[in-house]
Design a binder for this molecule. Sequence first.
Ligand code: TA6
Length: 423
Amino acid sequence: METTPRPSGSAQVPAATILAALVGACIGAALVSSPALTSLYTAQSAAQARPVTMAARSASTPLARSMAVPSPLHAGPSALSATPNTAAGAPLIYQATTPSSAQGPGALLVATMAIVSGLVGYLWKRASAQTQAMPNMAMMASTGLKTDDNGMEYVDLAHPNGATAKIYLYGADVVSYKDDKGCEWIAVRPDAKMDGSKPISGGLSHCFPQFGPGEIQQHGFARNVDWTLVECTGQTATFELLPSDYTRAMWDKPFRCLYQVALTDNSCDTELLVQNTGEEDSFTFQAALHSYFDITSCYKINIGGSFKERTYIDKMENPPVEKVEKNNELTINQEYDRVYLGVTNPVLLDGGKGRQLNIFNNRGWKDTVIWNPYGNEDMGYDKFVCIESVAYEPVTLGPGNVWSGSMSMVPGQLNLRHQSRYR
Ligand code: TA6
């Protein structure tokens, strides 16, 4: 009998397999959007090592699963843009719960369908894998830890659309995010120390467990310790921070932080999870992403958002004074150090570069800090503005509970005709 040689890099997939896979894919798609499957997932999560479930239904991410919580991180920036920001009213803390065992016959049916569709999907994936090109080895090679000239370790992320990010283990600090057009959005001050001798004055710098001023060092310790890289896929990196002798000497609480940075088609998404790993006591903390953004010049930017009529704490006054903002757009024409309570949707409007950056504080980050050391040439005041995502009001976290703060940066073109662009 004559055999036809299989062309290299392709697979012969029987028509019946394709049909089965299509049926399986349809069932799978229906199940993915099914509330029943969501509750099934929640029950599975609850059965894991540290049982935690979330009050609100949402998509899940590997980061949240690693703490056994569903997470909104990858709802996706398009969904974020289309949906009004609801961070202020969103549930903040994932409560520890007892696993639910009562699933009922409906859940059994759903589980069976999920297994069947998963099996068909697996077979389909196996068949089609043979037809796919080899993975991009250049990109894979760039996902490991690297070391700079100062001996500081970092990871590079790269998205197929050309967007990139660079994140140091020291402070898990994102010191660069370039969008798909190669535009840099993150600033590092010219006076920043890049050798680990002090926190990096730049990037998306972590303030935890204190924003300050307070009992421990200003901005806490999370920005001046090495985090551990626990996963890196090339487009996503996840970092972990656990107590050490150094942190315990300052703040002796049983905590675990996970921080994920992800490049998507049109955004750079971040999520910080803080867990109380203790079994008895609550603890209280503040946190912030002390974000430095690259700008053309102070004189060519505005900061939009729902600032008007919001209370802010003016830290330029001594002692700080509460005031009410009169404008929706802020202009940097003086030194700024303000905590805007309840503002979660700031937009950096850069007229010099004709671009804007929407900052979506989707969960946890309830306040916005604006800082610029106007006039300070050594700090390079004219080339950056800090628009910080902050949990200023102290958060109390019970044993086993998890707090989540997620922030997405979505770059775009400045469109001066749409005055309501950030409302
Ligand atoms: O977040 C604002 C602020 O606390 C300002 O009060 C100012 O002290 C600034 O941070 C300092 O930032 P740095 O990155 O130098 O620690």
